[in-house]
Design a protein around this ligand. Structure first.
Ligand code: MFK
Length: 548
């Protein structure tokens, strides 16, 4: 018998998460800093329990959904058109969990007043990367609830609103937000859907090209009540529609196809024909875009929290893996270069996370009617900035994390690549980076965004008293001056537009630095000082402001 070298039976242990709340020191510090003790004492046990659930049971559901994407059954065996969408059973479980956990309801029960939104968004942050993007229907449902609260009539407040904000899986309802048509994803005013008034009701006829979560119970959509005159389209109006009629059949809707997307494969995104859909006018005629902005300004904050939640989750996995994977004679966590790369990714997730958490605090104040005019204006301008900024960071970060696993990160069955595919949508849906940069300009032009940002910066800077923060404070203060000096030189619309993206990123980075200052002033941990210094040194020098 020859003496062969025995083949290796080595297998690599996989990184395991245990509790995504108790393991996330940064999230805990943020909440402990900004929420009153009595609120924290009540919600801490819930977050600890949920942190474990998202790290265990829900991951199983999410993986099952990703591996069993929805299917469209157009006809039944007997030739009848049914347009049924079959989703994985776990997709329904993720919905039930969302209802029971109050992932939308917390924001409307307002048990903790203006603090409720921060609590809710902390839970969404834990849930999203374990949800196969079930957060998308939740985002639209939350936006719909906000819309109804602001503009809804008694019918909408009595029925749909109660379902959207229910904690009971049996009565919980979700909503879609249908805007995109073949003629326009960014420019929705090119819509070709028309609303015909019949006996005081409206019938919609047209087409919707991308409608996420067609398994929802209702949708808000845009249509024109007037035909174009000389090729000029009339402004759009906002409509509510139930997806199904009382007898369970579709409400004048044909599901033409499910979209074959790069990611978010568990989420049923459909292409629809509206063949005579009964609908209810919600906005003033012609004020549809303005009205639906209430909805999409909420989904954009969801987008931002989803972006950072993936950054956190990928970091948690890479970090765990670094302690179990060996290379060149030691754990990869002990290799200085790997350690430094991980530290950069940790700083990136924490820094980006500050933005949507802060926005959720502003949203909570707006909800509870305690926000000042300046805070409302700040929420308005920071929403598109946070959305665009965190989405880009998330994509960059997901790509880096794949490398943290070497070749294994490229294998589908590690469930690492799915993160990159899923986050790639976050810079597109709900408005691309350019569209959101232009929305920031709208917030500047129409909603006093800049004075609000200036005051926000001033307020934070004036409150920084810690000696160790003075150098950082001076640098950040100079950045704010650079921003306003640059803006003062913009002399025409083209210059504003061409600079919009640079300004958005510059404000995003500066806002993060300011929020770090505020957090460290109240929670002075050494690792946060280091994170801020890193941010100032490397991130804040990435973008310059220059007129092309
Ligand atoms: C997991 C994460 C969750 C994410 C959920 C994902 C769900 C996916 C579903 C979708 O993707 S739905 C499709 C999303 N599509 C978009 O977000 C559209 C992107 N395009 C834009 O945002 C355009 O800028 C816009 C459609 C708004 C341009 O339309 P218009 O009609 O050319 O805008 P215009 O004329 O500037 O504004 C009309 C009014 O709305 C103005 O008010 P007034 O009538 O009082 O003058 C604007 O000030 C107002 N407005 C526009 N955007 C606003 C806004 N008001 C407040 N906030 C905004 N963001």
């Amino acid at each position: 018998m020859k003496n062969h070298t025995p083949y290796s039976n080595f297998h690599q242990d996989e990184p395991l998460l245990t509790n995504e709340y108790t393991q996330d020191e940064f999230l805990q510090d943020y909440l402990e800093t900004y929420l009153p003790n009595e609120v924290m004492n009540e919600i801490r046990p819930d977050l600890e329990r949920f942190g474990k659930k998202v790290a265990t049971e829900l991951i199983e559901y999410a993986n099952a959904c990703e591996n069993n994407p929805p299917k469209l059954i157009s006809f039944n065996a007997w030739g009848e058109r049914v347009d049924e969408i079959k989703v994985a059973p776990e997709w329904e479980k993720l919905e039930a969990v969302a209802a029971e956990e109050g992932l939308v309801a917390i924001g409307y029960e307002r048990k903790y007043g203006a603090h409720s939104r921060l609590y809710q968004f902390a839970k969404l942050y834990l849930y999203t990367p374990s949800s196969a993007i079930y957060t998308c229907p939740l985002a639209m449902s939350d936006g719909a609830a906000r819309l109804i609260e602001k503009y809804g009539d008694n019918f909408l407040k009595d029925g749909p609103y109660k379902g959207l904000t229910s904690r009971n899986p049996k009565t919980f309802l979700t909503s879609g937000q249908w805007m995109t048509e073949r003629t326009g994803g960014s420019d929705v005013s090119r819509s070709m859907t028309f609303a015909y008034e019949e006996n005081g009701e409206y019938i919609l006829k047209g087409h919707k090209w991308f409608t996420s979560a067609i398994t929802a119970d209702m949708a808000f959509t845009l249509a024109s009540t007037e035909q174009p005159i000389d090729g000029k389209r009339a402004p759009l109006s906002l409509f509510y529609l139930p997806i199904r009629k009382e007898d369970g059949s579709l409400n004048g809707i044909e599901v033409e196809a499910l979209k074959d997307k790069l990611g978010t494969k568990a989420l049923p995104t459909a292409q629809l024909s509206l063949t005579g859909t009964q609908a209810r006018l919600v906005s003033e005629k012609g004020k549809g875009v303005k009205s639906i902005s209430t909805l999409f300004n909420v989904t954009r904050i969801y987008n931002a929290i989803s972006s950072v939640s993936y950054m956190r989750r990928a970091y948690a996995l890479s970090e765990s893996y670094s302690h179990i994977r060996e290379a060149f004679g030691k754990k990869i966590s002990e290799h200085i270069l790997h350690k430094k790369s991980l530290r950069n990714l940790e700083i990136a997730y924490q820094s980006n996370t500050i933005l949507p958490l802060y926005l959720s605090q502003l949203l909570g104040r707006e909800d509870c009617l305690v926000a000042t005019e300046k805070e409302i204006a700040l929420l308005r301008i920071l929403t598109p900035i946070a959305k665009l900024y965190t989405a880009k960071s998330s994509i960059q970060s997901a790509s880096e994390h794949i490398e943290m696993f070497g070749g294994l990160g490229y294998l589908e069955d590690t469930n690492i690549p799915v993160m990159l595919r899923n986050v790639q949508t976050l810079s597109i849906w709900e408005g691309t980076t350019n569209i959101l940069s232009l929305d920031m300009l709208r917030a500047i032009e129409k909603d006093n965004g800049l004075p609000a940002f200036q005051d926000f910066a001033k307020d934070i800077l004036n409150n920084i008293s810690k000696e160790e923060l003075q150098e950082a404070k001076n640098i950040i203060s100079d950045k704010v001056k650079i921003l306003f000096s640059f803006i003062s030189k913009l002399s025409n619309k083209d210059e504003w537009e061409a600079s919009a993206r640079d300004i958005a990123f510059f404000i995003g980075e500066t806002a993060i630095a300011l929020l770090w200052l505020d957090l460290i002033q109240k929670c002075p941990k050494e690792k946060y000082f280091n994170a801020l210094n890193y941010w100032i040194k490397f991130k804040m020098n990435e973008n310059t402001l220059e007129i092309d």
